[in-house]
Design a protein. Structure first.
Length: 326
């Protein structure tokens, strides 16, 4: 679900012409939007957003002689403003009209009359209502919405939190959760990164680090690498059993925030985690019986790269950098 606006031009606009007039500066995955130079490349879809505000990225693209702004479902009113500012600014400079996806044509001066604050408010609420209704209709699971800095996952857990009040109250509750996940205070929490590793058989596995003294927001991965003296992996689903429910705040359907675990509590947490240890590089997690059979007095031949150590070292760099920066 989305809504798009188009501007037909004789030649591609420059990135500066589209993005240079925004204040504060727009962000992209590659950094500040106004750092891009030259004519817009054909087919280049650029996701832009306003840090701390946007709930979805706005997709700008030059293709087939048109600059488009695609505004995604669950975008906030400010995101609609960014998309319209982008196309209307270019249209005004070229002396042409903007066209909406339903075929309404309007000039920069007519924007408020056709797609002003009232239209935006109605459209925002309509999109949010549709997304919530769709999520409720699912027999199981959740929906994933690509966000500005990471994905947002909407399902029964989140619906239970925001399912009070009218549409406006639900909208603001949903947007508050999205912003909390997308824009955490780096002085307060570390948004963990995903490490994707290819197994020997060609399949891929996703991991992220879990260390002491670090408050985390974890992405949904398959495994956590516990950074003890000898790093090891546990299934992501074992996190709650290892740290305790009271240490977890769910930022969305599947992304938990976990408070920092200090040095006095860490050994007990590691001991609990070892009971869930698995071989993440195998095609499937090892069973309890297999773990018993490979006890220290019956060592298992690794037969290759010590992946736990390699992953632990690689993934620890980001954690160490976070701790040192505080």
């Amino acid at each position: 679900m989305s809504h798009s606006f188009y501007v037909a031009l004789d030649e591609p606009p420059t990135y500066e012409a589209v993005l240079g007039g925004f204040s504060p500066r727009l962000q992209t995955a590659a950094g500040a939007g106004d750092d891009l130079e030259g004519p817009w490349q054909a087919g280049h879809v650029l996701a832009v957003w306003r840090q701390g505000v946007s709930t979805r990225p706005i997709e700008l693209c030059w293709e087939h002689g048109k600059l488009s702004a695609r505004i995604l479902a669950c975008s906030c009113a400010e995101d609609y403003g960014i998309g319209l500012d982008a196309v209307c600014g270019v249209a005004r400079a070229a002396g042409v009209e903007v066209e909406s996806e339903e075929g309404i044509r309007f000039t920069h001066a007519e924007r408020e009359a056709t797609h002003g604050a009232d239209w935006i408010a109605r459209h925002v609420d309509s999109m949010v209502t549709s997304v919530i209704a769709h999520t409720r209709s699912l027999d199981e699971g959740y929906i994933t919405m690509p966000g500005t800095t990471r994905d947002f996952h909407l399902g029964p857990r989140v619906l239970a939190e925001i399912d009070e009040g009218d549409v406006a109250a639900q909208r603001e509750a949903l947007f508050a959760k999205m912003r909390a996940l997308f824009y955490p205070d780096p002085e307060e929490v570390y948004p963990a990164n995903v490490l994707s590793v290819t197994r020997d058989d060609g399949s891929r596995v996703t991991l992220t680090a879990f260390a002491r003294d670090v408050p985390y927001i974890f992405p949904p991965v398959q495994y956590l690498t516990v950074l003890d003296d000898e790093p090891f992996e546990i299934p992501f689903d074992a996190l709650e059993a290892v740290v305790g429910e009271d240490r977890i705040v769910w930022m969305d359907e599947v992304c938990p925030a976990v408070e920092a675990i200090g040095p006095l509590e860490w050994p007990a947490v590691v001991a609990l985690a070892r009971a869930h240890a698995v071989d993440a590089m195998a095609r499937r997690p090892s069973t309890p019986a297999e773990r018993i059979s490979h006890a220290p007095d019956q060592p298992k031949d690794s037969g290759g790269v010590p992946w736990g150590l390699v992953i632990g070292v690689l993934i620890a760099f980001a954690v160490v950098a976070y701790v040192l920066s505080r």
